[in-house]
Design a protein around this ligand. Structure first.
Ligand SMILES: [Zn+2]
Length: 115
C-alpha cells in the first residue's frame, strides 16, 4: 500500500488517519491504516493540527462543544473567553486584565433571564 500524500510504501504504518481531526470531535470517520503513512500522519498532527488548535478560534470551538483532549480534559472557559463579572446589573467579560465586552443593564437583564 502507498501513502496517499507522499506515495511511499506505507504497508508498515500503524497510525489511523482521521478524515476530520479527532481533536475536533471526530472519533469514527477514519481511513484504514496505511492509507496515510506514519510519517505524513505525524507531520499533519504536529505542523498543521497542533498549530490550528493553538488558535483562539479553535480553543473556543473545542470548549463550546465540550470536546475533550486525549487526556479527557475540556479547556476551561476562563482561558478561552475570559472572566465574567456581574456588577450593578452589568456584565463584564475580561481577558488577561483587559475589558473585552461590557453588556449594558438592559441586555444583561435579558441574558440573565435566558439562563
Ligand atoms: Zn506519507
Amino acid at each position: 500500500m502507498r501513502c496517499i500524500f507522499c506515495k511511499q510504501d506505507s504497508s508498515g504504518s500503524r497510525s489511523v488517519e482521521h478524515i476530520v481531526p479527532e481533536s475536533l470531535g471526530n472519533k469514527s470517520h477514519v481511513l484504514p491504516t496505511g492509507v496515510v503513512c506514519d510519517r505524513c500522519n505525524q507531520y499533519f498532527a504536529l505542523k498543521i493540527e497542533k498549530v490550528l488548535l493553538e488558535q483562539e478560534f479553535f480553543k473556543n470551538l473545542r470548549h463550546r462543544n465540550a470536546i475533550e483532549s486525549k487526556r479527557g480534559r475540556i479547556s476551561p472557559s476562563e482561558k478561552v473567553l475570559g472572566t465574567i463579572t456581574f456588577s450593578e446589573g452589568e456584565i463584564y467579560i475580561s481577558n488577561k486584565g483587559m475589558n473585552v465586552v461590557t453588556v449594558d443593564p438592559l441586555s444583561a437583564q435579558f441574558i440573565m433571564s435566558e439562563w
